[in-house]
Design a protein around this ligand. Structure first.
Ligand SMILES: [Fe+2]
Length: 139
């Protein structure tokens, strides 16, 4: 399995939103580095704690922005949020009971990587490009 490090993500220009996106990449890179060093199991508890915070804070924030600016793709976008939230919930539950840990870490790693590549860098980017001028006009 190749283990990439990812660089910065797209910016809305709103401090909290952009900080949360930056934190997402930092957490992904921490996992990647730990896995390269054969120590991904050591970071998985902290990572899932972070991802639970991300799904309970960042995703509702995005959803509120989409609603506020009447984003036309919000229904499909929310569905993906729900699926990711369910994945994180399942992984959190599995972490308490599932053995072996290494296999679970690989699943979490793949889900996290796909989330950034397929959701954050595509759907979130489209959403931010739509919202950005509305957001700038409002502030
Ligand atoms: Fe999103």
């Amino acid at each position: 399995m190749s283990i990439p490090l990812l660089d910065g993500t797209i910016q809305l220009g709103e401090q909290l939103f952009d900080e949360q996106n930056k934190e997402l990449i930092i957490n992904f890179n921490n996992l990647s580095k730990a896995c390269q060093e054969g120590e991904c199991s050591d970071v998985v508890f902290a990572l899932l704690k972070y991802l639970n915070k991300y799904v309970s804070e960042h995703l509702p924030y995005e959803e509120a922005l989409m609603e506020l600016f009447n984003y036309p793709e919000q229904h499909d976008h929310r569905e993906q949020h729900t699926r990711f939230k369910n994945d994180i919930e399942n992984y959190t539950e599995m972490l308490a009971h599932y053995e072996p840990l290494e296999e679970l870490v690989i699943k979490i790693y793949r889900t996290f990587f796909q989330w950034i590549i397929n959701h954050v860098r595509k759907l979130d980017k489209d959403m931010i490009e739509y919202i950005k001028p509305h957001f700038a006009a409002k502030t």
